[in-house]
Design a protein around this ligand. Structure first.
Ligand SMILES: C[S@@+](CC[C@H](N)C(=O)[O-])C[C@H]1O[C@@H](n2cnc3c(N)ncnc32)[C@H](O)[C@@H]1O
Length: 258
């Protein structure tokens, strides 16, 4: 157990005096450390011998990207895009594989980084429907999918604005929806996902930590406020079973209630 974990356990075990049942209940609820001590814990937080930053870096690179993904990533940067981080890509592949995904919708094709990760988790006969405004991005992605060995029948590449295309897709027909485009449209994309997913289908939304601003109440720019509202709405909705994965820029994952 890391130092922070040991300190938490220590605080849990202190409890308070009182009846035996009171003490037991209190032991389950760790009391927050005094403010000065909390900041010390934050700055020296360690996972074994690693600092938090080193551990997160290790986790991001845990599943290495091959030459195709590295090329797609380089091309993304060349056209000014910020593709999913490798750890987030690995999480997408995992979610697609865990759900046995055969039909997946991606909003924000980019140059194909997330698309390749998704296709690698999907069933061998699965089809990725991927939507992007920019034909030029999709032209690159098409070549990347080909380089990664996927037959053209495995992808349905639709050029258009997400909110124009999504209403044309069939209700309850998809196993997974991945959203990585315009944050201003995230709320509408989540609503569309609820309609498009089958019961127990999976929603994944990239950028859910808003570049770290999500937890900063002083951050009130439009994108951050929108993402904060969407993340909160999914958590509070009875339609979703959510988890916020702290990989890359944050992936909000949620399963649609069966
Ligand atoms: C961050 S990039 C996607 C990166 C991609 N998911 C990856 O990891 O390789 C965002 C993409 O969304 C597209 N986009 C932005 N607004 C959009 C919209 N309203 N509808 C569809 N695509 C949009 C952009 O053209 C861009 O290619």
């Amino acid at each position: 157990m890391g130092r922070a974990g040991r300190e938490d356990r220590g605080r849990c075990a202190q409890g308070r005096t009182g009846s035996r049942s009171d003490t037991r209940a209190l032991r389950l609820i760790p009391r927050p450390a005094p403010r000065s001590r909390r900041s010390t814990i934050a700055t020296v937080a360690r996972f074994g011998g690693l600092t938090t930053a080193q551990a997160l870096q290790f986790a991001e690179g845990y599943v290495a990207e091959d030459i195709v993904l590295q090329t797609a990533r380089t091309l993304a940067r060349e056209v000014g895009l910020d593709p999913v981080a490798p750890g987030a890509g690995a999480a997408l592949r995992l979610l697609a594989a865990a759900g046995g995904a055969r039909a997946v919708v991606e909003i924000g094709t980019g140059t194909g980084v997330s698309g390749v990760w998704l296709l690698r988790g999907m069933r061998p006969d699965g089809v990725l429907t991927t939507i992007d405004l920019e034909n030029e991005h999709q032209r690159i992605a098409r070549r990347i999918f080909q380089e990664a060995g996927f037959a053209s029948s495995r992808t349905r590449i639709i050029t258009g604005r997400a909110l124009d295309v999504l209403p044309r897709l069939a209700d309850g027909a998809y196993d997974m929806i991945f959203v990585d485009a315009d944050p201003a449209e995230y709320g509408a994309c989540v609503d569309a996902a609820l309609r498009l997913l089958r019961p127990a289908g999976v929603l994944a939304l990239n950028g859910a930590l808003a570049g770290g601003r999500i937890a900063d109440p002083a951050a009130r720019d439009l994108d951050t406020v929108t993402i904060r509202e969407v993340v909160k709405a999914v958590r509070e909705s009875e339609e979703w079973i959510p988890a916020l994965l702290p990989t890359g820029d944050g992936v909000l994952a949620a399963v649609k209630h069966a």
